[in-house]
Design a binder for this molecule. Structure first.
Ligand SMILES: Nc1ncnc2c1ncn2[C@@H]1O[C@H](COP(=O)(O)OP(=O)(O)O)[C@@H](O)[C@H]1O
Ligand SMILES: [Mg+2]
Length: 224
């Protein structure tokens, strides 16, 4: 069943009189439960594509579809979809330094209207299942890079989004911590049937995906 799709996406940027055409008629269909990887050279438009799929940016033309819902270009429904159905993981974790791991993870749930006590309980459980049960009260600067990235994954997952969009989630990690985060994403994909779209430079890890695409010259090509 179709989960999220972008059809015939075009996007260009105007940069000091120069027009850069980043996406040229790119189409991507992701089914429920897929773990899709997108690779491609730096600057080829991977982040642009992920931002458009995540309704953080609008395409110049083309369509974005969530399940059976077409998202209009002005997307008035975007904030609700972003909060309830989508989770984002970025290359830099953007955790709030003044909040503990548990408080960081609870935040999106509190914003969605759940009581702080319940959100903190859920955050503890989720962090426990990500192997961070002993680090609940640690601040981001007391955690290793891999731990910080797992906390950021937990924050993306706390509202149980159907779709997780991850932009180079292991781009700043050493191989060992990178492997930890990949294992976690695979496990969540299998155990909870959550759909993942992951942008990565890491060709080896991309082999874990059930579909891998390469973005080049503004088009997506299926690799495997
Ligand atoms: N807001 C922007 N204004 C102008 N150019 C941009 C903007 N965002 C991205 N670009 C350009 O678009 C191209 C694709 O960027 P990006 O999607 O970030 O690539 P990737 O994530 O694959 O490295 C790059 O050449 C980048 O410089
Ligand atoms: Mg990028």
């Amino acid at each position: 069943m179709l989960c999220i799709a972008g059809y015939n996406l075009c996007k260009s940027y105007n940069d000091s009189n120069q027009n850069i055409q980043v996406l040229r008629d790119s189409t991507l269909e992701v089914n429920e439960g897929d773990l899709v990887c997108i690779t491609g050279q730096s600057g080829c438009g991977k982040s642009t594509l992920l931002h458009i799929l995540g309704l953080l940016d609008a395409p110049d033309s083309g369509r974005v579809v969530f399940g059976d819902r077409e998202i209009s270009s002005s997307f008035p429904e975007a904030p609700s979809i972003r909060n309830k159905e989508l989770g984002f993981v970025f290359q830099f974790h953007y955790l709030v330094e003044d909040l503990t791991a548990k408080e960081n993870v609870a935040l999106p749930m509190i914003i969605s209207g759940i009581s702080s006590a319940k959100a903190q309980r859920e955050a503890s459980t989720l962090l426990g299942s990500l192997g961070l049960g002993s680090r609940l009260h640690s601040y981001p600067n007391q955690l290793s890079g891999g731990e910080q990235q797992r906390v950021s994954l937990a924050r993306a997952l706390i509202n149980r989004p159907r779709i997780v969009l991850a932009d180079e989630p292991t781009g700043n990690l050493d191989p060992e911590h990178s492997a930890e985060v990949w294992q976690m994403m695979q496990k969540l994909n299998k155990d909870r049937n959550q759909t993942f779209v992951i942008v990565t430079h890491d060709i080896e890890s991309a082999k874990l995906a059930n579909l891998t695409y390469n973005l080049a010259q503004g088009k997506l090509n299926l690799l495997s």
